[in-house]
Design a protein around this ligand. Structure first.
Ligand code: SF4
Length: 234
């Protein structure tokens, strides 16, 4: 049975104001009860990777394997994403990977856990973690993977299908740019304006795995990522 969506208090109260680092945020997120998704999932799956990465990828939510391992993008879609990044000229060893929603939402069918897309209430509840991560990252390119991540960062009217592969100003293109304009510049909490960056939306790698023609879908993902790679090199 799928769980009924309930109102959610949101993640903000679980974020320690004194948390300076991604590691501190990750530790705090382990106890988040900002929405109901923590109840059935195994654990919080926080972002990981190179914290000084020039490219930050934002996906939807952890999948089954990610939920079991506690790490994002370790399943088939994650492997495909790393290969696509590599093929596009983005070093997969120097990226940061996270999700808009940090717990796995699923429906039990027998013993199988079937992915369920997060609702707006989950995306909104979890957004403070994403905002907190961005306050500690310094990307030159933000790559949004799929509709859920796009909704979390750009708002409900953004259409990945229409605007994929297009470079947009970041954080100016965010639904609430003010959430992303200040970043700490040292561990004493000194803050500064976030450097100007760009955002690019594309499909989620799991959409490639589900596509009727995976080769065409994969080529499309790589083509979009090449736009990001060229912007980095410019
Ligand atoms: S999905 Fe996000 S807001 Fe909901 S419990 Fe998990 S970490 Fe907290």
């Amino acid at each position: 049975m799928a769980e009924q969506t309930e109102p959610a208090p949101g993640a903000q109260e679980f974020i320690p104001p004194q948390a300076d680092t991604i590691d501190e945020l990750r530790a705090a997120a382990a106890g988040c009860q900002g929405c109901q998704l923590y109840r059935n999932a195994s654990q919080t799956v926080f972002g990981r990777g190179d914290e000084s990465a020039r490219v930050v990828f934002v996906g939807e939510q952890p999948g089954d394997l990610e939920d079991q391992k506690g790490l994002p993008f370790v399943g088939p879609a994650g492997r495909l994403l790393r290969k696509a990044a590599d093929d596009a000229g983005i070093d997969p060893g120097h990226i940061y990977l996270t999700n808009a929603v940090k717990h796995f939402r699923f429906e039990l069918r027998g013993k199988r856990r079937i992915h369920q897309t997060p609702d707006r209430v989950h995306i909104t509840a979890c957004r403070p973690w994403l905002v907190a991560e961005f306050a500690r990252l310094h990307p030159q390119i933000v790559v949004v993977l799929g509709a859920t991540a796009a909704k979390a960062l750009l708002g409900p009217t953004f259409r990945v299908t229409k605007q994929r592969g297009e470079l947009l100003p970041w954080p100016a293109s965010a639904q609430h740019p003010e959430d992303f304009t200040r970043v700490p510049v040292d561990n004493a909490g000194k803050v500064a304006d976030a450097p100007e960056a760009r955002l690019l939306a594309t499909i989620h790698p799991s959409a490639v795995l589900r596509a009727d023609n995976q080769d065409v879908a994969y080529d499309g993902l790589v083509a979009d990522l090449k736009v990001a790679a060229r912007a980095l090199a410019a």
